[in-house]
Write a protein that binds this ligand. Structure first.
Ligand SMILES: [Zn+2]
Length: 83
């Protein structure tokens, strides 16, 4: 079937893009619990903290540095992009 809009045929279905984006958007990272770090990360990446996982859900190797400032992390946080 000929497309009336040449060049548009390569578009990926929006639902697939959203699915991939969501899967890639969850990041486990250390956090120093400083709200300024959270605010700056949100500014730069649009990601916000979704949850501070309980011990049993944390990574085997808990990150020891804050994602933002590099100071010792006091918690592990799950970051996710806000859409
Ligand atoms: Zn920090």
């Amino acid at each position: 079937m000929a497309s009336p809009h040449p060049g548009r045929g390569r578009q990926v279905a929006p639902s697939l893009v959203i699915g991939l984006g969501a899967a890639a958007a969850f990041v486990y990272a250390g956090w120093c619990e400083n709200p300024e770090c959270e605010a700056q990360i949100k500014e730069e990446t649009k990601a916000t903290i979704r949850v501070l996982p309980d011990e049993e859900f944390r990574s085997a190797e808990v990150p020891d540095k804050c994602l933002k400032c590099g100071r010792p992390a006091t918690v592990e946080a799950v970051w996710a992009k806000a859409y």
